[in-house]
Design a protein around this ligand. Structure first.
Ligand SMILES: Nc1ncnc2c1ncn2[C@@H]1O[C@H](COP(=O)(O)OP(=O)(O)O)[C@@H](O)[C@H]1O
Ligand SMILES: Nc1ccn([C@@H]2O[C@H](COP(=O)(O)OP(=O)(O)O)[C@@H](O)[C@H]2O)c(=O)n1
Length: 250
């Protein structure tokens, strides 16, 4: 897997290939939680690919290219141009241990992490040209260090040769319940039925688009976390990674 070939003969040198672990699956399945823990344990970087679509979704909404109720016919070329105009960089933050996303010189924080912007993201994520414009940026992340990548198409499209692929899922009800708890813990008001409806609408858009639909790669471990706590999910995925040859120090 990690092919860092030490050789004295530079003409024979192979490019270093770092290990890539893909965690795909629907909203609320626990991808972010397990991705973070794996990245910490392994000292790998973390790719939050959803943040890219969230940023494009937010900017498209601000530019009037999409509406909150998804009723507008979207001009794909306009969203592509907007995507291409964004200067997006991933910058490792040694203090937090996370990777900051910088857009046009401004750090994008937690403000994109809400269900409304998740909905905007899934509207722009349907478009192949938009997805393609974000491809190299994501793939470049694997050229610098080991990577744990979280998204919908990490194992199917972005890193088809990844060392480990997991599709983490859970029932829509279990996922909505987790979101309600998460929002309430953050001091926000959360309505279960409303969240369940938005989660289902996003699932539907993500699973049924023609380009890079959300689905397990043929060689992915599919894990249903509905009845597992976050720790059990981590342990099962860690074991799977080890079976695939990934070394954990602890
Ligand atoms: N297996 C689990 N059981 C219960 N809650 C979980 C589990 N995994 C994660 N969570 C919690 O559910 C919420 C959503 O998890 P998150 O990792 O953000 O999901 P995703 O990235 O797939 O949308 C968070 O509050 C997280 O702490
Ligand atoms: N690799 C990815 C990641 C996200 N997305 C889109 O971006 C939206 C937000 O993704 P996310 O991973 O931040 O969402 P959560 O699973 O955290 O709720 C998804 O609903 C998808 O529409 C995608 O199409 N491809």
């Amino acid at each position: 897997m990690t092919v860092s070939t030490p050789t004295n003969d530079n003409s024979q040198a192979q490019p270093v290939r770092y290990p890539v672990i893909c965690i795909d699956g629907p909203s609320g399945a626990g991808k972010g939680t397990v991705t973070w823990r794996l990245a910490q344990a392994l000292g790998y970087q973390l790719l939050d690919s959803g943040a890219l679509y969230r940023i494009v979704g937010l900017k498209a909404f601000e530019a009037g290219l999409i509406t909150a109720d998804a009723s507008k016919v979207i001009d794909e070329m306009a969203v592509l141009q907007l995507t291409q105009s964004l200067d997006i960089a991933f910058v490792p933050n040694n203090e937090s241990g996370r990777v900051d996303i910088i857009v046009n010189d401004e750090a994008v924080g937690e403000q994109v992490r809400n269900e409304t912007i998740g909905g905007y993201a899934s509207q722009v994520a349907v478009y192949p040209k938009v997805r393609n414009a974000l491809l190299t940026l994501q793939q470049d992340m694997a050229t610098r260090s080991g990577l744990v990548a979280d998204g919908r198409d990490m194992g199917t499209v972005v890193f088809p040769n990844a060392d480990v692929k997991v599709f983490l899922t859970a029932s829509a009800e279990a996922r909505a319940k987790r979101r309600v708890t998460q929002l309430m813990e953050a001091g926000q008001v959360a309505d279960f039925e409303e969240i369940l409806t938005t989660i289902k609408a996003r699932d539907d858009r993500d699973e049924n688009r023609t380009t890079a639909p959300s689905k397990p790669a043929d060689d992915a471990l599919v894990l249903d976390s509905s009845m597992l706590d976050a720790n059990a999910v981590y342990e099962q995925i860690k074991k799977h990674c080890q079976n695939q040859g990934v070394c954990f120090n602890s």
